[in-house]
Design a protein around this ligand. Structure first.
Ligand SMILES: [Zn+2]
Length: 448
């Protein structure tokens, strides 16, 4: 049993409490007691301690694009060409190194579990590796080495668009058909203690309705999460309507994809009926505001979506930055700019999206709260730095959501294991690993 005394803690609901004693046994919280006597040898956590963040939507290799696509203007679609060029240069070893460093950057930012939406499956030209899941396994190993949990959301990707052939690097993403996707994913087997498997339909661009139904049926039979990119760009909606006479959300509903295990990623350009379909299914909407800004996607109607009964989750997606404080406040602040009004989402609602609901969306429902029985994740934010000093317990939650940054994270415990202490990763030199991994991938991309 290990024990902590949190100077201040937000346990996943309610107000911030003082002097909270937390005990951990076998990776789970065994006792959480505000005002309880501290056991001997309890470690003191100064600052505000919150549950671990779930980064529920990630494409780890996009990390190498950070800052490299900002000077050319263009659109989502020209950005996608840069991403394809990078994807073409990855091999399992380079991807493992890049993912490990990226997941370690997440750990430093207070992220204790990642939902890795994995679509780069095969070798150059689309030839499978000897183990057709070699890259998926490399991602699982990378998360373990970085000290965080992973949901490997294996994405089915079949087409270059409705009725369009695959082109270039897209061949590396694709299985022959949905049945081949099922066979490959079933070969993954058990992934180890810190990893769980989920399914993904890349998008209605890349997966036809019948194949979407096959993936949805597989995920339903297995009871695992199912994610899909939905209505990120207006052109996606137009193509879907032209080809199928429906919106992407309606197509996915007809394919049997929508349920309380379904997560619509982005869900930006949506109609009222799309929102009610997802709300009636009790699904999740996964917002990635820093990426949606970076790619000029637009601002989705987050308040209306939440009011329909949809739970919100957050992801850093393309990793333009990895900072869930920024993702949280962006949900509210973008609504303010779009509406001319303040006060759409409270700090505790935004924190719940980043923690409890985010973990549930990626199939770790027993994480994201500090309560007896839950997975023992603790994220401690320093309150004595220049951004947050002077905070009082009464406004600490609002200060955290609206002013903290990832650099204010001082300590991170994942499943009872200390991964970050005093702002430093316990096992890895994260900046050095990022520098080396990004350098190797970008050099290989130039040489191609
Ligand atoms: Zn994405």
């Amino acid at each position: 049993v290990s024990a902590y005394v949190c100077e201040l803690a937000w346990l996943g609901a309610g107000d911030v409490e003082s002097e909270v004693v937390v005990e951990v046994e076998d990776g789970r919280f065994s006792r959480v007691g505000p005002g309880a006597p501290a056991p001997p040898r309890a470690q003191r956590l100064d600052g505000l301690t919150i549950p671990g963040f779930a980064n529920a939507h990630s494409h780890a290799f996009h990390r190498a694009l950070r800052g490299r696509t900002e000077s050319d203007g263009g659109s989502f679609w020209t950005w996608r060409e840069a991403m394809y060029s990078l994807a073409g240069a990855l091999d399992p070893d380079r991807y493992h190194a890049l993912a490990r460093a990226t997941f370690a950057e997440m750990a430093l930012a207070g992220i204790t579990a990642v939902g890795e939406f994995h679509y780069l499956h095969h070798g150059p030209g689309g030839a499978p590796y000897d183990d057709p899941n070699e890259i998926g396994r490399a991602l699982v190993a990378a998360a373990a080495e970085a000290g965080i949990r992973i949901a490997l959301l294996d994405a089915c990707y079949l087409h270059g668009g409705p009725g369009r052939e695959l082109e270039g690097t897209q061949r590396r993403f694709a299985d022959a058909d949905a049945e081949a996707w099922v066979r490959r994913v079933e070969e993954l087997g058990g992934l180890g203690a810190g990893a769980r498997l989920g399914a993904a339909i890349h998008s209605v661009r890349a997966v036809d309705p019948a194949s979407a139904a096959t993936v949805a049926a597989w995920a339903g039979a297995r009871g695992c999460p199912l994610h899909a990119h939905v209505s990120e760009q207006p052109a996606e909606n137009e193509d879907c309507r032209a080809a199928h006479g429906r919106t992407p959300a309606a197509l996915l509903a007809d394919a049997g994809a929508l349920s309380e295990r379904f997560t619509a990623v982005h869900f930006t350009h949506v109609e009222e009926r799309d929102i009610s379909l997802l709300g009636d299914a009790r699904g999740y909407c996964l917002l990635c505001p820093t990426t949606e800004r970076e790619l000029a996607d637009g601002i989705g109607p987050a308040r209306a979506i939440a009011d329909a009964g949809v739970r919100l989750a957050l992801g850093s997606d393309s990793h333009a930055m990895i900072d869930h404080f920024e993702e949280m406040r962006a949900v509210e602040l973008d609504q303010r700019l779009a509406s001319g009004k303040r006060g759409h989402h409270t700090a505790s609602e935004l924190l719940r999206a980043a923690t409890d609901d985010g973990h549930a969306a990626i199939g770790w429902p027993e994480a994201g709260r500090i309560e007896a029985g839950a997975i023992a994740d603790l994220v401690t934010v320093a309150l004595d730095g220049v951004r947050l000093t002077g905070v009082t317990p009464a406004t600490a939650l609002e200060s955290l959501v609206f002013a903290a940054t990832a650099a204010d994270v001082r300590g991170v415990v994942v499943g009872g294991r200390e991964v970050v202490r005093d702002g430093v990763h316990a096992g890895l030199d994260v900046a050095a690993e990022l520098r080396a991994a990004i350098g190797a991938v970008t050099e290989a991309a130039v040489q191609r």
